[in-house]
Write a protein that binds this ligand. Sequence first.
Ligand SMILES: *[C@@H]1O[C@H](CO)[C@@H](O)[C@H](O)[C@H]1NC(C)=O
Ligand SMILES: *[C@@H]1O[C@H](CO)[C@@H](O)[C@H](O)[C@H]1NC(C)=O
Ligand SMILES: *[C@@H]1O[C@H](CO)[C@@H](O)[C@H](O)[C@H]1NC(C)=O
Ligand SMILES: *[C@@H]1O[C@H](CO)[C@@H](O)[C@H](O)[C@H]1NC(C)=O
Ligand SMILES: *[C@@H]1O[C@H](CO)[C@@H](O)[C@H](O)[C@H]1NC(C)=O
Ligand SMILES: *[C@@H]1O[C@H](CO)[C@@H](O)[C@H](O)[C@H]1NC(C)=O
Ligand SMILES: [Ca+2]
Ligand SMILES: [Zn+2]
Length: 605
Amino acid sequence: MAFPHIPTLFFSLFIALVLVSSVAAIPYPPTSKHATHRRRVIGGRRLESYHPRSTFKTFGTNGASFTSDQPLSKLSIEASARTYMSSLGVDTAGLLYQSGFSSGQTRYAYLKQSLNGTPISNAVANVAFKGDKVVSYGSSFLDLTSARIPSATPTINLEDVLPQIQADFKATKPADSEPTLEYLVKSDGSLALTYVVQLRNILAGAAYEVFVDAKSGEVVSVTDFVAHATYTVVPIDKASIADGLETVTDPEDTTVSPLGWHTFDGEITNTTVGNNLIAFSIRNGSIELQESTNLTFTEKYDDTLAPNTTANGNAARANAFYVLNLVHDIVYRYGFTEEAFNFQQDNFGKGGVGNDSVQVFVQDSSGFNNAFFATPPDGESGMCSMFIWDLTEPNRDGAMQNDILIHEMTHGITNRMTGGGTARCLQTVESGGLGEGWSDALAGWMQQSAPTTKDITLASYVSDRPKGIRRFPYSVNATTNPLRYSNLKQDTEVHRIGEVWANMLHNVYASLVDEFDYSTERFTNPDCSSGNVVFLRLFIDALAIQPCNPTFVQARDAWIQADANRYDGKHRCTVLKAFASRGLGADAGPEFDDDETVPDDCSDS
Ligand SMILES: *[C@@H]1O[C@H](CO)[C@@H](O)[C@H](O)[C@H]1NC(C)=O
Ligand SMILES: *[C@@H]1O[C@H](CO)[C@@H](O)[C@H](O)[C@H]1NC(C)=O
Ligand SMILES: *[C@@H]1O[C@H](CO)[C@@H](O)[C@H](O)[C@H]1NC(C)=O
Ligand SMILES: *[C@@H]1O[C@H](CO)[C@@H](O)[C@H](O)[C@H]1NC(C)=O
Ligand SMILES: *[C@@H]1O[C@H](CO)[C@@H](O)[C@H](O)[C@H]1NC(C)=O
Ligand SMILES: *[C@@H]1O[C@H](CO)[C@@H](O)[C@H](O)[C@H]1NC(C)=O
Ligand SMILES: [Ca+2]
Ligand SMILES: [Zn+2]
């Protein structure tokens, strides 16, 4: 695999952030700009946001050494990162340390470029260390030597332009959020000084970060924290209510959630309100919660009735509470911890920023046949809305379809873990597609409850379609699911791109289980060596390694580096072969041509 040299200049690739007042149908551009751009229509405006291409280098099982006065083990994560970047010639005076954490033997750091103390929002870097060696490095830092740089003093007042922007975005700035000043890279290599403003509309499920030019008042970019899903509960390893209901007692993992699921700000609650998750339902326009002194939420969902009966609302809310809390607990064991930017009110002094439990709204009436999850940065609550599906009579409830709930929660995990908790790093079309793919893949992983890997469908019950809402079931059988890397040439919509990635991951999963067996301890023992457990380890570790706005190739490289970091490369060939079998071989490039190359040392003799 060839890697670009770092650091690299990107000015020639810059395309203007355009703001066009047009609401015509969107002729999405060819896939060439997927790695760097995202177009959206928001509030009648067409917005194109630009994210400089990240370089990404991984250093294999042994890592790479570099010049340092002291052994890295004597340095903090921040000092290690500064030392490394200084060895690359990066001017560390302009380097802002954003966040970092360690997991297993690997330490992760996330950095931002800055100018005289003002951060450059779309110039970020991430580096990982194992022992005294660097193991991976991703960067979208810029060469600023000849750049036109505006002064760091705004010439317009945000208050003067904010009302119009709020009206256009149909969302408002929360009273307790303070705008920040950051630079943003523009098309001609110059930088814009921008106000970065948070906008929210809880009822519409909108959560944006808007970049307003502090000299002209124009909106020059946007971060959309919401990932929409298009799909179609119940023990965690079952797909939907069609697989049956069970009564479970104390399902929480108290190692992970030491105060259980029903404690909030030091108080024991008698509702579906807790440290990880708050579950509401919405009925006839009102937000509903059920109180139970003995924490018994055992109403049975009756799907011969409409979803909005009181009993069905209670049952659906309880299912969402159970599933999403369990995902919190399971994935926590695999590394999505407080330090790794997870969602919790109280972090128990274990690092990260708290006050950000997930809020889920069941039977949200703002939409049908869908669901979404908004992921703001670490320290602000994740917001999930589950809709009713009106394709059957009576209607069905998305919150009784576990795979949709898990898909949504996974958006929170991947958006937080890529790029160090900013939730800004899955914004391009290609990385957004990876996001959809991880979400389907984790929903599938939860259902693999036996050594034989089964095909996975999504949202089959609510959509009333055995094949579910994706084009093909996820399968190792290439007739059942023919999707390959080259499908990205035609597939320009994030869920379609996600289907390609999720099916690759399904094949990686099956290969790991074929070769390294299956463990039933998968929910609680991430340290066992079975293939199904290794899969989720690599899945989570790779998120922390990959660069901001990763491509398929970079996401795959992050899996390989994750394996080098945690398992000394034991599963490298298995994983590479599985990716290659679907066209993402060792020589696959950015043009989405299928490549089945496997490195020589992995070829079967
Ligand atoms: C339940 O839904 C039906 C049809 O969607 C509607 O007519 C009825 O008013 C709803 N009931 C409540 C309590 O919201
Ligand atoms: C819905 O709420 C409105 C206003 O609170 C009330 O008048 C109406 O009767 C309610 N409808 C149902 C079906 O409960
Ligand atoms: C639930 O807790 C609230 C607040 O502590 C209390 O007012 C309410 O009576 C409790 N409800 C039940 C059913 O225990
Ligand atoms: C919980 O309380 C309810 C209502 O008081 C009661 O019907 C139920 O039997 C109790 N459940 C348990 C497990 O104690
Ligand atoms: C949550 O917010 C409160 C008040 O703003 C603050 O004192 C506390 O430190 C925060 N907790 C965490 C874990 O960040
Ligand atoms: C793959 O699926 C097709 C139809 O979906 C079936 O005919 C074929 O036997 C399957 N191949 C294997 C190896 O199971
Ligand atoms: Ca957090
Ligand atoms: Zn999604």
